[in-house]
Design a protein around this ligand. Structure first.
Ligand SMILES: *[C@@H]1O[C@H](CO)[C@@H](O)[C@H](O)[C@H]1NC(C)=O
Ligand SMILES: *[C@@H]1O[C@H](CO)[C@@H](O)[C@H](O)[C@H]1NC(C)=O
Ligand SMILES: *[C@@H]1O[C@H](CO)[C@@H](O)[C@H](O)[C@H]1NC(C)=O
Ligand SMILES: *[C@@H]1O[C@H](CO)[C@@H](O)[C@H](O)[C@H]1NC(C)=O
Ligand SMILES: *[C@@H]1O[C@H](CO)[C@@H](O)[C@H](O)[C@H]1NC(C)=O
Ligand SMILES: *[C@@H]1O[C@H](CO)[C@@H](O)[C@H](O)[C@H]1NC(C)=O
Ligand SMILES: *[C@@H]1O[C@H](CO)[C@@H](O)[C@H](O)[C@H]1NC(C)=O
Ligand SMILES: *[C@@H]1O[C@H](CO)[C@@H](O)[C@H](O)[C@H]1NC(C)=O
Length: 382
C-alpha cells in the first residue's frame, strides 16, 4: 500500500506525459516520454516520443506508436536488426517529421524497414554499426533503404556504418542514392565512416538539391568525386581527411561553384589534411588568395614536409612569408657580394694604373706634401 502511494506520488512529480499510457497510446511505450515539447529550432510545440536509454532490444512497440507522433527519438537501445515495417504494415505516419535512431547498435536494416514515412524531413542514424557488404552469404545491401523518404531533407549518417565498411560503403553509396530518389535532400552527413575512394565519381550526382555535404574525418585522398554535377552545393566539408594536394583541375572545378560562375558562393573546409609542402601547395596558396570560394580557416592551413628524416609541419602563410624572407635575404647577400666585387675591381684597376695616376696627380700630390713639410717646420719654429 505504501509502495503504491509512493509510485502515485512519484508519477505526480514526473514531467507531464512521462509514463502516461494514454499519451503514448500503449503500455509497451510507458517508460518513454510522450507528449508535447517546445522545439527551440522550430519555435513551436511538437508531439515527441522519446525512448532514450531504455534497454529496448526490438522495435515491436513502435507499431503501436500514436498517429500524433511528430518527433520520434529512439536512441541508446540495443537493436541489432531493424526489421521490415518498423511502424507496422498498414500504418501511415503522416505527422512524423523527425526520426532519430542513433546509437542503437543497428547492424542490419531490412528492406522496407521504413514505410509510409512521406512527411519525414530528418532521419538520424548516427553511431550505429550498419553493414552494407554481403557477409557469410547474407546480403546486407538494400539499395532502396531510404526509398520511402520522399521529403527527406537531412540524412545524418555520422559513424553509422560498421568499422572497415569504408570501401564497400563507398562502392554502394551511389546505388543507394540512385535507388532512394532523395530529390529533396539538402544536407548529408557522412563523417567518421572510413571512406577512402568512391567507386563511382558521380556518387552524389543523383541528389539534385544537395546543399551541404559533410565528409570530415574520413580517409579521402583527393577531390575524387564529381562536384560539378551539384549546382546547389553550398558547403563541402573535407576536414581531417588524407588529402596531400589539389591539382589545378580540382581547383578549377571548385571555382565553377563560386562567384561569378554562380550567384551563391561555395564554402570549403579542408583543414587538418596532410598537405605536402611542394609546388602544389604553392599553387593552392596562390589560389586561396584569388578564388571566391570561401575557405574556412584558410590562415591556419598547414603542410607537412620531411627533411633529413625529421617531420616538419608548416603554416601555409608562414611558408609563403618564409619564402619571401628567403628571397629578400638572398637579394641582400647578392648585393653585398656585387659591391665587394666592384670595390675589389676598382682597387685592382687603381693599383694597375698607379703610374699613370701618379703622372696625372703627381704635381698636385707633391705640392700638398711640400706644404705639409713647410707647415711642420713653421710649427717647430714656434
Ligand atoms: C538546432 O539548431 C542548432 C543550431 O542551428 C543545431 O546545432 C541543432 O542541431 C538543432 N537541433 C535540432 C534538433 O534540429
Ligand atoms: C530525450 O530523453 C533524454 C533522456 O530522458 C534526454 O536526455 C533528451 O534530451 C531527450 N531528447 C529530447 C529531444 O527531448
Ligand atoms: C498516407 O497519407 C498521405 C497523406 O495524407 C496520403 O497521400 C497517402 O495516400 C497515404 N498512404 C497510405 C498508404 O495510406
Ligand atoms: C559491429 O559489428 C561488428 C560485426 O560486423 C562486430 O564485430 C562489432 O562488435 C560491432 N560493434 C558494436 C559496437 O556493436
Ligand atoms: C521520385 O520522387 C518524385 C517526387 O519526389 C516522383 O515524382 C518520382 O516519380 C520518383 N521517382 C522514382 C523513380 O521513384
Ligand atoms: C561531372 O558531372 C558533370 C555534370 O553531369 C559533367 O559534365 C562532368 O563531365 C563530370 N565531370 C567528371 C570529371 O566526371
Ligand atoms: C593516406 O595516404 C597515404 C599516401 O599519401 C597512404 O600511405 C596512407 O595509407 C593513407 N591513409 C589512410 C588511412 O588511408
Ligand atoms: C560571393 O562572393 C562575391 C565575391 O567574393 C561577393 O561579391 C558576393 O556578394 C558573394 N555572394 C554571396 C551570396 O555571398
Amino acid at each position: 500500500m505504501k509502495l503504491l502511494l509512493f509510485f502515485c506520488a512519484l508519477s505526480y512529480f514526473l514531467p507531464p506525459g512521462f509514463g502516461s499510457v494514454n499519451r503514448c497510446g500503449t503500455p509497451l511505450l510507458q517508460r518513454c516520454f510522450c507528449g508535447l515539447q517546445f522545439i527551440d529550432n522550430l519555435s513551436k510545440s511538437m508531439f515527441v516520443v522519446n525512448c532514450t536509454n531504455l534497454g529496448f532490444t526490438n522495435v515491436d512497440m513502435l507499431s503501436q506508436l500514436t498517429d500524433d507522433t511528430e518527433i520520434l527519438i529512439f536512441t541508446g537501445n540495443h537493436l541489432g536488426t531493424l526489421p521490415s515495417n518498423v511502424f507496422g504494415e498498414d500504418r501511415n505516419m503522416t505527422k512524423l517529421r523527425v526520426i532519430d535512431m542513433s546509437n542503437n547498435g543497428i547492424h542490419d536494416i531490412k528492406g522496407k524497414a521504413f514505410h509510409h514515412v512521406v512527411g519525414v524531413t530528418r532521419l538520424i542514424l548516427n553511431h550505429n554499426n550498419i553493414s552494407i557488404a554481403s557477409e557469410e552469404e547474407r546480403n546486407f545491401h538494400h539499395p532502396r533503404v531510404f526509398s520511402n523518404f520522399f521529403n527527406l531533407e537531412e540524412l545524418h549518417l555520422t559513424n553509422a556504418f560498421t568499422d572497415n565498411a569504408g570501401a564497400a560503403l563507398a562502392d554502394d553509396l551511389h546505388d543507394i542514392f540512385v535507388n532512394s530518389n532523395l530529390t529533396k535532400l539538402y544536407k548529408l552527413h557522412l563523417e567518421w565512416n572510413e571512406i577512402r575512394n568512391f567507386k563511382d565519381q558521380r556518387v552524389f550526382c543523383d541528389l539534385p538539391n544537395l546543399h551541404d555535404i559533410y565528409l570530415g574525418d574520413n580517409y579521402i585522398p583527393s577531390l575524387n568525386f564529381n562536384v560539378t554535377c551539384l549546382p546547389k552545393l553550398r558547403y563541402l566539408d573535407l576536414e581531417s581527411n588524407n588529402i596531400t594536394k589539389f591539382t589545378q583541375s580540382d581547383l578549377d572545378r571548385l571555382d565553377v561553384l563560386a562567384y561569378p560562375n554562380r550567384k551563391d558562393n561555395l564554402t570549403l573546409n579542408i583543414g587538418s589534411n596532410p598537405f605536402r609542402c611542394d609546388t602544389a601547395i604553392k599553387n593552392l596558396y596562390n589560389w586561396l588568395h584569388k578564388t571566391n570560394v570561401m575557405v574556412k580557416n584558410r590562415d591556419t592551413l598547414q603542410c607537412h614536409q620531411t627533411k633529413y628524416g625529421t617531420k616538419y609541419i608548416m603554416n601555409l602563410k608562414n611558408l609563403a612569408e618564409l619564402k619571401h624572407a628567403k628571397i629578400s635575404q638572398a637579394l641582400t647577400v647578392l648585393l653585398v657580394i656585387l659591391v665587394l666585387i666592384l670595390v675589389t675591381l676598382l682597387g685592382a684597376y687603381g693599383y694597375l694604373k698607379k703610374d699613370s695616376m701618379r703622372g696625372k696627380f703627381g704635381p698636385f700630390l707633391e705640392a700638398v706634401s711640400r706644404k705639409v713639410q713647410y707647415n711642420r717646420i713653421d710649427s717647430q719654429d714656434v
